[in-house]
Design a protein. Structure first.
Lengths: 174, 287
């Protein structure tokens, strides 16, 4: 029992370190690699990867943490990101507990869905409704951001998968 | 395959789920608070930002190393090509320098005219380092390592070392503040065309923000703008001091439908290369 608690503590510590490192590289390294004027955002990939392997409630709590960390360098939106990533982690973990295998394809799908929800919500609440940007901004920035952010999912997925495999309680099917 | 009903019921009734619901409700309350506390950070945001501020500075320095790697990889080939091109240009420009001595003297007079510390003794500056930049694809802002305890308030104007307008303080914490730059889509301020002394409005545009530029609108009908025309702040409204350099015109575009025109402006401040800024914490409002 003690051994299992220690492994769980180590596992979650590694998840957090991995997530913080990826978000750190997002803000300081990947900002220089832009496609169509946008750089990738890794939060959705990290949340969906952890939720896939750990389930609904852990996914929700981890999503909330990632939401706060993700919002730190962004001007505004702390509550929004924490709520949306918590809800996304919960739904992803809950659905994947009963459907879908623990595979890269599953994480790619959920990462894309979460990116769409987060980007659309952020755009409508912070830009479209206040009149700061019109629909063309969604085409020029939102869509490239959703696609690019989803495409870099493997960078977040594989380290998390290794941690889950070596320190988890069940084998993944991937 | 199907959902196990009894297990799901037990799950939704569990303490952990209830606790999660309570925490999510708190998060929603925080979001409401952030709307109520416009300009000044809400108590929770301030607490988070105050604790995080010292770490941001450390992280920023470490991040500078990784940022350098990215810049090096990205810029190496470009720099090689640019170096060759610049050698040719230098030779051409040396010839131009010899021929345009008069223009250089006029340029020197303009620089003296805009020399901030001699002309504007009414400014009170607070120097601050940039500790982190907004990583969002939707906004242009950065965080500085000074806040309300250093005399900074929301809506204080921010300039670079040459007095060029950088932006405005949009949120203040105890020892940190967020600066929204001039190219952000929420920026709007009174402007003045230096050559003709005509008034206009400088505002951020989402499409131009991606290119690092902003636009000048509400131009007088008979205005004739030229490439390189300086755009200054007009001081109208009392938020921005008068006659700070915003940037220079790069092109003039016709508004869709032909209802007037607007000028695209390149900011004079090098927003991507800034490491240190000056917050104007007080100034005399000139009528």
């Amino acid at each position: 029992m003690e051994g299992r608690r220690y492994l769980d503590l180590l596992k979650w510590s590694l998840y957090v370190i991995n997530a913080v490192m990826i978000l750190f590289l997002q803000d300081y390294l990947f900002v220089h690699f832009k496609i169509f004027g946008v750089h990738p955002m890794f939060a959705a990939a990290v949340v969906s990867s952890v939720a896939l392997f750990e389930g609904a409630l852990p996914g929700a709590v981890f999503g909330m943490f990632i939401g706060f960390v993700h919002a730190l360098p962004i001007n505004g939106g702390e509550g929004y990101f924490a709520f949306v990533y918590a809800a996304s982690g919960f739904i992803c973990g809950a659905v994947c507990e009963y459907m879908f295998g623990k595979r890269l394809v599953t994480v790619l799908l959920w990462s894309f869905i979460i990116n769409v929800v987060v980007t659309l919500g952020y755009f409508f609440f912070y830009f479209f409704i206040p009149g700061k940007a019109g629909g063309m901004a969604l085409v020029s920035t939102g869509i490239p951001e959703m696609i690019y952010s989803s495409a870099v999912t493997p960078i977040a997925y594989f380290p998390i998968r290794e941690v889950a495999r070596r320190l988890g309680t069940e084998e993944d099917e991937g | 395959m199907g959902l196990r009903g009894a297990e799901m019921k037990k799950f939704f009734g569990s303490r952990a789920f209830v606790l999660l619901g309570v925490v999510l409700s708190l998060i929603i309350a925080m979001s409401v608070l952030s709307v109520v506390f416009e300009g000044t950070a809400s108590p929770v945001t301030n607490a988070l930002g105050t604790v995080a501020s010292p770490f941001r500075a450390v992280v920023s320095r470490i991040g500078g190393f990784f940022s350098g790697i990215g810049s090096y990889i990205n810029d190496f080939e470009e720099l090689k090509a640019e170096n060759s091109m610049l050698r040719v240009k230098i030779a051409e420009m040396e010839e131009q320098v010899r021929r345009s001595q008069q223009a250089l003297e006029e340029n020197e007079r303009l620089r003296e005219l805009l020399e901030l510390s001699e002309r504007r003794r009414d400014f009170t500056f607070v120097m601050a380092e940039i500790v982190s930049r907004d990583s969002s694809n939707w906004e242009s802002s950065f965080t500085i390592g000074k806040g309300s305890v250093h005399g900074i308030d929301a809506h204080d104007c921010v300039v670079d070392e040459e007095g060029n307008l950088v932006g405005i303080v949009s949120e203040v914490g105890t020892n940190w503040a967020v600066v929204t730059t001039v190219i952000d889509s929420s920026t709007e301020l009174g402007a003045l065309i230096y050559r003709t002394r005509e008034a206009a409005v400088a505002e951020g545009d989402f499409t131009l923000m991606g290119k690092g530029k902003l636009k000048v609108t509400y131009l007088p009908e008979d205005t004739v703008l030229m490439n390189g025309d300086l755009i200054l702040t007009s001081g109208v409204g009392g938020v921005y001091p008068k006659e700070l350099v915003i940037g220079s015109v790069t092109e003039v575009e016709i508004v869709e439908g032909g209802a007037g025109s607007y000028a695209v402006v390149q900011p004079e401040a090098e927003l991507d290369r800034l490491t240190q800024v000056f917050v104007i914490s007080s100034f005399d409002i000139e009528e």
